[in-house]
Ligand binder design. Structure first.
Ligand code: SAH
Length: 396
């Protein structure tokens, strides 16, 4: 156990249950030794304020776990947090049309640095620091106790000897057969929990996929950029899109997208796939005078390609400008970002800048944030990272 003294001006914040132990709040951070050790946050007269653990993330030094000085950080602690998260998601367990969701969402469910996703009885744990990883046995014990656990996989999203993800992410239970087919609002998706950092689907876009299928896609030609495994194209095609065109730089996106489309009995002949840089595709589309009824933009926060480095914070306005130029008048642009370093207000400014540059008027029709299984901590703004805008081009 290590006692860390909070700088005076941050005391109120921690008393109010702010969850992140950030470096500038701590006077004696040099006393931290081993990741996973328990931290007592105290004021300068050693009055107890909160208890947490040491785990280095780019965000900070660790997370607060409790404000009760008598609460031990042991298997009972993890059991109570995880069971209460499970209870909050009973509706998902009971819904046969949706068999994958976030079961435990870090600080939003009381333990920063840890997320657990549920894929039809198989659990995927994401560890965001060596510190939280030191509690692995406790977390695994709790999940195994809970009857419906077929298997457990993990992603170590912190650098262990220069490597982020192991070659084998299997932890316990009976190995699943991949691809595993999960359902989301009746749509089928193939996932693989043991194939690198990503699983094949981003569960946080569930509400957006549903809206695209149920309300936006009918009769439209949809351009899906940064399409990955084509989940938005699947939703659009099932919603009656005339055609979908998916663009992603990664070669694996092509077979993966074919797989997702076929799993949903979608006519592959009517869907186009391009393994291509999005900016090259914009040029191609302009040269051939292609116009879309709807363009979906869902770039990563950062990406390095041969030609350049993409950063959503810097490049979003230009993505919008390019998209506007290839969207039909009265068409729709769905702009999404998972960049936690800015909020919705700033995102709207980037979108506005992009439309101004194109000299185009627009109207925001709808906004999305995280779905309800991605519980956020209301005092820690970056936990609410997802921002999605449905924007309509309007005639001037
Ligand atoms: N929209 C997807 C998720 C996107 S993940 C979904 O809903 O499932 C980000 C994707 O962007 C990755 O598949 C990556 O290969 C792709 N990507 C990154 N930079 C790119 C670029 N410059 N052009 C095209 N695709 C890019």
């Amino acid at each position: 156990m290590v006692e860390l003294i909070i700088e005076k001006k941050f005391i109120k914040q921690f008393e109010n249950k702010y969850p992140l132990i950030h470096r500038e709040a701590i006077r004696n951070a040099n006393e931290l030794k081993e990741e996973g050790e328990i931290i007592h946050l105290v004021d300068s007269s050693q009055k107890f304020i909160a208890k947490g653990y040491y785990g280095n993330q780019n965000k900070g030094l660790g997370w607060v776990l409790t404000h009760n000085p008598d609460e031990e950080i042991n298997v009972s602690f993890f059991r109570s947090k995880i069971l209460s998260a499970i209870n909050k998601r009973k509706g998902f367990y009971d819904d046969p049309q949706t068999t994958a969701f976030r079961l435990f969402n870090g600080e939003g469910d009381g333990i920063g640095g840890l997320t657990i996703d549920y894929y039809d009885g198989h659990y995927l744990i994401n560890w965001y620091s060596d510190g939280i990883y030191s509690f692995k046995n406790l977390v695994v014990t709790v999940l195994e106790e809970y009857g419906e656990c077929k298997s457990i996989y993990e992603k170590k999203r912190f650098d262990t000897k220069g490597k982020y993800i192991d070659d084998d992410d299997f932890v316990s239970g009976e190995r699943a057969e991949f691809p595993l087919i999960i359902k989301e609002n009746g749509m089928n998706f193939a996932v693989d929990l043991n194939d690198g950092a990503m699983t094949g689907i981003f569960l946080d876009q569930r509400d957006v996929r549903r809206a695209i299928r149920d309300r936006y896609a009918k009769g439209k030609h949809v351009l899906n950029t940064f399409s990955y495994t084509g989940a938005f194209s699947v939703a659009a095609a099932l919603g009656g899109a005339k055609k979908t065109s998916s663009v992603d730089l990664a070669k694996r996106s092509e077979p993966k997208t074919m797989e997702q489309l076929s799993l949903n009995d979608i006519d592959i002949e009517k869907q186009d796939l391009y393994v291509m840089d999005v900016y090259s595709y914009f040029k191609y589309a302009k040269r051939h005078d292609l116009k879309y009824d709807m363009v979906v933009l869902d770039p990563p926060s950062f990406a390095r390609s041969k030609k350049k480095t993409f950063s959503s914070a810097k490049d979003y306005p230009s993505l919008i400008t390019n998209s506007v130029e290839i969207t039909k008048s009265n068409g729709i642009i769905i702009a999404s970002t998972n960049n936690a370093s800015f909020g919705m207000d700033q995102f709207k400014k980037m979108v506005d800048k992009g439309f101004k540059e194109a000299g185009q008027a627009y109207r925001i029709k709808e906004e999305f944030g995280l779905p309800r299984d991605f519980t956020v901590h209301k005092l820690y703004k970056p936990s609410n990272y997802l921002k999605v805008l449905v924007i309509e081009k309007i005639a001037k």
